[in-house]
Write a protein that binds this ligand. Structure first.
Ligand code: UDX
Length: 430
């Protein structure tokens, strides 16, 4: 099939490349020439395991290219994906400016029947908005369909998630448009849910809000564990073993961050509010998430008898492992709070440090995990990269001023850490 994908962010680039790898003819579009140059030279502008190989392969096979003209891409394609960013706006509603601009450009370019697919995460009613914008460009109704096809890929496992999704959701007004996408996705052999536009849009917000709620629930329970000397890992295992609940997304930690959950939970609250429903439950989910990190910092501060004049080492900066993304990363709040309370920060991350440097110039960025311990009064595990999981605590301890570890992701074994002469503190147990 001939496909255009507008936007080369996480969703757009990964979707475009996977579809090209499946044998479709794909043109990705972006207005940023630097990004296009990188992509065309075989270097993905984002860090994502496996992406570079797929990019190189599809460029070589001729199934993939990237250009800056929406018009040329639309006119060469039968299906056009909108995969541009919908960042959080000032009022909590997502900012749909890019979607509107792209929809208008697509409308101006349509010359034959085109299925316009919205993959960007958008509030309910956005499919209708895109349809109207295209109509306003003078495109007759029979020449296009607007379809909602939300994306559920996770950063760090984006290719696998795209190739093996739990489900594919297609929201469409006309059967023919849904069938077109079903044909496109047939090789993935996944469950396909066909529904209307509004329901498809709500599935995405609903899924991310539910997952964030699951994490906030286990984090709230982790606080109770700390108070009654129970262990959240065992509690989560016991709860998650009930197949009605499921064991995934029950890892207690510093809380959820990233480019999706914060924006989508807020977007869900705002969407509901606009429709006249006060989604108090989700407001609480957000509050628990905010408190989880602050509570951990308060524990560190109280344990060190104040942070003023203290040096704290941070292991990991990205919002989760296997990505360089720092959007709403817990490291941002942790660093801000330590600096505000008079401390200094040493930090290391295998790939995300450069992004952090633009935000905090005053942090000492280290080149290895061991460097962060140099002169530190405490070390915090912030992002559970694999390379941190087998640290030599004797070596780390020889560099540290205080052998105190705060494990914000529950990756270490207390016995082992304490056996190396370190104090061990974590989330969800004493
Ligand atoms: C999420 C959704 O999972 C994905 O379906 C959607 O398309 C985009 O948003 P992503 O943001 O890439 O994906 O990361 P995810 O793996 O879901 O983790 C989100 C956050 O939750 C991270 O900060 C992670 O550390 C945290 N998390 C996750 C926990 O704290 N505990 C868990 O058990 C799981």
């Amino acid at each position: 099939m001939k496909i255009a994908v507008v936007g080369t962010g996480y969703v757009g680039l990964v979707t475009g490349l996977v579809l090209a790898d499946l044998g479709n003819q794909v043109i990705c579009v972006d207005k940023d020439q630097n990004k296009l140059d990188m992509i065309l030279s075989g270097t993905p502008p984002i860090f994502e395991p496996g992406l570079e190989e797929v990019l190189k392969r599809t460029l070589k096979s001729g199934h993939f290219t990237a250009i800056n003209s929406i018009k040329d891409a639309v006119q060469a394609s039968e299906v056009v994906f909108i995969a541009v960013g919908t960042p959080p706006g000032e009022d909590g509603h997502p900012d749909l400016t890019a979607v509107r601009i792209v929809a208008a450009e697509i409308g101006k370019s349509i010359t034959k029947h085109t299925v316009v697919v919205n993959k960007s995460t958008v509030p309910v009613g956005s499919g209708d908005m895109v349809e109207l914008i295209i109509r306003e460009q003078g495109v007759p109704a029979e020449l296009y369909d607007v379809v909602s096809n939300p994306e559920f890929l996770r950063e760090g496992s984006a290719i696998q998630d795209t190739l093996r999704p739990d489900r594919i959701v297609i929201g469409a007004k006309r059967r023919e448009a849904a069938l077109k996408l079903m044909d496109l996705y047939a090789p993935l052999q996944s469950q396909i849910i066909v529904t209307d536009l509004n329901s498809a849009e709500l599935i995405k917000y609903g899924a991310n809000s539910f997952l964030a709620m699951k994490i906030s629930f286990i984090n709230a329970l982790s606080r109770v564990c700390e108070m009654c000397d129970a262990n959240i890992v065992d509690v989560a295992q016991g709860i998650g073993s009930d197949s009605r609940i499921g064991s995934q997304f029950l890892n207690a930690g510093l809380g959820w961050g990233g480019s999706c959950f914060p924006k989508d939970v807020q977007g869900m609250v705002k969407t509901a509010e606009g429709l006249g429903y006060d989604f108090d439950l989700l407001k609480e989910v957000i509050q628990i998430n905010d408190e989880q990190t602050i509570n951990f910092i308060n524990r560190i501060e109280s344990h060190l008898s104040g942070l003023n004049g203290k040096t704290v080492g941070l292991l990991g900066l990205a919002f989760k492992p296997n990505t360089d993304d720092i959007r709403d990363a817990k490291s941002l709040i942790i660093i801000e709070e330590i600096l505000k309370r008079g401390g200094t920060v040493r930090a290391y991350d295998p790939v995300a440090a450069d992004n952090l440097k633009e935000v905090f110039g005053e942090v000492t960025y280290c080149s290895t995990a061991y460097d962060v311990a140099e002169g530190a009064h405490a070390v915090i595990m912030v992002t559970e990269w694999n390379e941190f999981k087998n640290l030599d605590f004797e070596r780390l301890g020889a560099l540290a001023k205080g052998k105190v570890l705060f494990d914000g992701r529950r990756v270490y074994n207390r016995r082992q850490v304490e056996g190396s002469g370190w104090e061990y503190h974590t989330i969800g147990s004493r």
